[in-house]
Design a protein around this ligand. Structure first.
Ligand SMILES: [Zn+2]
Length: 313
């Protein structure tokens, strides 16, 4: 009798194992992560903010792969599949992803999906300079989307993400609250540190390749000037390049910043022309290795601060 019971138990456990494998969701290691909140994000910066708040209670899938230009993106069928089983979908908004994200949500048809536009309610910067300054054909949007590069903006976006996680997973509210409080305290500390530094800095002007740092400049009373427009799609004209070279010389610019996904060629030409160095800077549109949002931003701020100090000597 016992043998029969054991045999039946063995067959039953085999059946369980098989059914687990068959029901594997598009998220990796789904069977061991069934308890985790399934989160889809549009691109790396949203991943970093979601990780800061969600920690080990969430599992994230990023739609736009590292190294892919996020201002011009079309999702694949597998991205829509991920949305069909996820609990939360986070995008930046401000015109960055809406053109494809809303279509993908419709196709996914997941009634339980909580859609979060992280920039919701924040104050946008309008890209009024683009048409006048850059030789660009692209007039798709008029809002600069790069709010995550502002510490204040990232805190705002983290708050919206935090609210969504609590709604989707109320059992872990205390955990998400603690992570948000810790993140927000670190943001405030970094902001105060660099606000003091930038306030004392004699120069307030920095030059980048892709015009991604307007929100950061707004945080600290700085001014950004750039080779390419906010959508990384404009090639500077010869006249624009000459204007920018004059601008660099007039403002004693010592550093031309070049972003992680930009070709450094034009930046190098400009730097050579005005006797400046070329220095890397991160837009967080792709990941900066294993560095967190705060680590990368501290690096960015320190590099800009150093460039302002040396620029005026
Ligand atoms: Zn960008």
């Amino acid at each position: 009798m016992k043998r029969i019971v054991y045999a039946l138990l063995f067959i039953f456990s085999l059946f369980l194992l098989t059914s687990c494998t068959l029901e594997k969701a598009p998220f990796s290691e789904a069977s061991s992560n069934n308890q985790k909140l399934q989160v889809v994000v549009s691109f790396n910066a949203m991943r970093e903010l979601a990780e800061a708040i969600g920690g080990n209670k969430i599992e994230i899938k990023t739609i736009i792969p590292d190294g892919v230009e996020p201002h011009d993106f079309e999702p694949k069928a597998s991205d829509v599949t991920a949305l069909s089983t996820a609990s939360v979908f986070i995008i930046n908004g401000f015109g960055m992803e809406q053109s494809w994200a809303e279509k993908a949500i419709k196709t996914a048809g997941n009634k339980n999906l909580l859609f979060v536009i992280a920039s919701n309610g924040a104050t946008p910067i309008y890209d009024t300079a683009a048409s006048a300054f850059w030789n660009s054909q692209s007039q798709r949007h008029d809002i600069d989307p790069h709010i995550w590069l502002s510490l204040q903006g990232a805190k705002w976006e983290a708050k919206n993400i935090h609210n969504a996680f609590i709604k989707a997973d109320p059992a872990n509210k205390a955990y998400y609250d603690a992570n948000y409080d810790a993140f927000s305290a670190k943001i405030d500390y970094l902001y105060t540190d660099y606000k003091t530094k930038f306030d004392q800095s004699p120069s307030k002007v920095f030059v980048t390749g892709h015009a991604a740092f307007s929100y950061m400049a707004r945080d600290f009373g700085l001014q950004q000037n750039s080779l390419e427009n906010v959508f990384a799609s404009g090639e500077p004209s010869a006249r624009r390049l000459k204007e920018l070279a004059d601008f660099c010389l007039n403002h004693h610019i010592s550093t031309i910043f070049v972003e992680d996904m930009e070709s450094p060629k034009i930046s190098q030409t400009l730097a050579h022309e005005v006797g400046a160095n070329v220095e890397g800077i991160y837009t967080l549109e792709s990941s900066n290795g294993s560095k967190t949002y705060l680590q990368t931003q501290k690096e960015n701020l320190e590099k800009i601060y150093q460039s302002l100090s040396t620029g005026h000597l």
